[in-house]
Design a protein around this ligand. Structure first.
Ligand code: ZN
Ligand code: ZN
Length: 347
């Protein structure tokens, strides 16, 4: 089968590999129908994910059809259309029992697919702990609608969930990239009084203004003035930082009002400074981390009921055979790309 492979830092290559087989009774083999490229894949390519194992198949955002299941798998059957979770988790350990599946203590726990074990930018993928890692896609939900459920939409849902958003709140979201937009949709589900999105890329700003006219979208240079007009208590009640750029962490705590919740969704390339003397007395509550991706059934229900729609994020579609061109486009942010869907042309 075709599999897009991490050869060494800087080099990904479409290779021919044997089809994966069941290695454990809790595994499933999924025939991938649609996958996507995530910024984390670029981090692997650039050598900034030390855990990534050369030789593995890339890809951790995908949907497909269950081909085979191990004898202990009970939640899906061959033929089921499923989302695949970015995180592998056992469902039984201390962390899993608390819903903190990102810290599952299994050797493959956390982000393994497409990083430490073969992922889904391929025709087939082996999914460990299939009862946890796969969710059936409702018949009325398309592959395109479900594509981001296991990764960036899971992240957005988790970020909104931990941010303690209340109806009277002004929520400031920094960054309107793909994860930012998924986060925005999940923030809106909680119906805060107002939402302000800060983004410096004019095309992303335009996307927000076009698709979410009820949202106030502002460039970073205009944000202080917008907040002065809109927030009577010296900043936003809740800040979600999904940009991960040079200044965005500083903006996140600076533009929060005293006693605000500041949720850091972004992943940074470099350490950030937390200048505690400067923020002394501001009494902020920081929430940070990687997604606990265990709400996929709920997000699929929200998609089925028309409450979430991430299909406008798919700006481009490529066949698996042309995945290198898709990477080139995504990496260089050409042609207004937000997300690329990779189609596996089997039936
Ligand atoms: Zn990802
Ligand atoms: Zn676990």
């Amino acid at each position: 089968m075709l599999a897009y492979t991490y050869v060494e830092p800087g080099i990904f290559e479409l290779q021919n590999k044997p089809k994966p087989v069941l290695l454990d009774s809790r595994d499933a083999i999924v025939r991938v129908t649609l996958s996507s490229i995530c910024t984390s894949d670029l981090h692997i390519k650039h050598g900034s994910v030390p855990k990534a194992v050369p030789g593995i198949t890339i890809g951790h955002e995908m949907v497909g059809v269950v081909e085979k299941i191990g004898s202990s798998v009970s939640s899906v059957l061959p033929g089921d259309r499923v989302t695949v979770n970015v995180e592998t988790f056992c469902g039984n350990c201390f962390f899993c029992r608390h819903g903190w599946v990102n810290n599952c203590t299994d050797p493959n726990g956390g982000w393994a697919l497409g990083c430490r074990i073969d992922g889904g930018q391929a025709e087939y993928v082996r999914v460990p702990y299939a009862d946890q890692g796969l969710n059936r896609i409702p018949d009325s939900v398309t592959d395109e609608q479900a594509l981001f459920v296991g990764d960036i939409l899971a992240t957005g849902y988790w970020a909104a969930q931990i941010s303690e958003i209340k109806p009277e709140d002004t929520v400031l979201l920094i960054g309107a990239g793909p994860t930012g937009i998924c986060t925005l949709q999940c923030v809106l589900l909680r119906s805060p009084r107002q939402v302000i999105v800060c983004e410096k890329d004019p095309r992303r700003l335009q996307f927000i203004r076009q698709h979410y006219p009820q949202i106030l979208a502002a460039e970073p240079e205009h944000l202080p003035e917008v907040l002065r007009q809109r927030c009577p208590y010296g900043g936003a009640d809740v800040v979600l930082e999904a940009a991960g750029s040079q200044d965005s962490f500083r903006m996140a705590w600076q533009y929060a009002r005293p006693n605000a919740v500041v949720t850091v969704v972004a992943l940074y390339d470099e350490p950030q400074i937390l200048p505690l003397p400067e923020m002394y007395g501001k009494n902020l509550i920081f929430k940070t981390g990687g997604v606990d991706g265990c709400n996929c059934a709920e997000t699929l229900r929200l998609i089925e009921n028309g409450k979430i729609d991430t299909t406008p994020l798919i700006t481009h579609t490529y066949p698996l055979g042309k995945i290198a061109a898709a990477y080139e486009l995504f990496e260089n942010r050409r042609d207004g790309v937000i997300k690329v869907a990779i189609q596996t042309a089997l039936s």
